[in-house]
Design a protein around this ligand. Sequence first.
Ligand code: PLP
Length: 358
Amino acid sequence: MLKVREAVRNLPTYHPPLGGRQGLRLDFNENTVGCSPRVLARLRQLTAEEIACYPERDSVEAIVASHLGIESGEMLLTNGVDEAIHLLCETFLQAGDEALIVVPTFAMYEISAAATGARVVAVPAEKNFRFPTHDLLAQVTTGTRLVAIANPNNPTGGVVDPGDLVEIARQVPQAAILIDEAYFEFYGKTALPQWRELQNIFVARTFSKAYGMAGLRIGVLAGNAAHMPMVRRVASPYNVNGVALACLPTALEDENYVREYVAQVRQGRDELGREFANWEIPYWPSQANFVLASFGQLKDPFVRAMRARGILVRDRSRDRGCTNCVRITLGTTGHTARLLGSLRETLTEIGVKQAAAK
Ligand SMILES: Cc1ncc(COP(=O)(O)O)c(C=O)c1O
């Protein structure tokens, strides 16, 4: 066996439970009905010639930049936000540096940062997963080179006060501040315009969630024009595949599709919250397309009984502070109705009583 870099030998492995996902998939925060039919039509029109060519990113980047209201030089299309995280770590971190994350959060920040040999400092969230701005700032050192923040956060659905994001960017000018807005569409608030005053802010967006294109792997990293050329140096010129590039302009054109989907998810989120309240199941208000709830000792029977009804939900027990918590993705109105029906049956079956019946 070859000698593997120490940082890589010590990496935690991330094994998303992707096998055997038959049923209504409410376990990965995907769009439950997939991409817009117009995107699918564009995909079906692809020619052999288009597939034969190396993908050209520039023209699509111009379209995406204009959609975001920024310049092409202020962004880069990436192979999902996963790659955006990786590229930021490769650009700004080296062995001995420090990366700050707040836990629980998305697993890839720790993996990509640790792979560079940097030390990852995990700051625990406050009570009820409130963002620990004060504790985070207390961990900053001269070696802090990256702060990664998911806003809304996964798996909690919580958000950071916009003023706190600005405060962090100001107080840690030596670090790249990644604001991961993978769930932006379900929340509606962005830190995007702020890097013109705060040059160290980077914003990541994805087409995997609201746009229903997770299988195509496409996302955006936006940042100050002074920094983005450095990030580009690390990226392959063909990091985004030609199929994704061909489909993206169509996805952006079909604004109604995303708007209507997001409206259904938001409504479903409220309904699920009310349902949890009826059964006195603790849950955390979410600004994303999922809700985290605590099932106590009934967590395993709950996940099993939902699966038996053909609904996949995600056990998040291994995340910090999430013992016995399950994360449930919201989808279309029809899927929410099916979710709620199965949820009621399951809770009754495993012996939970409605609050009114107690
Ligand atoms: C906060 C967060 N960032 C990024 C991602 C990955 O996004 P992409 O599919 O664009 O790589 C996810 C996926 O679950 C996520 O929850």
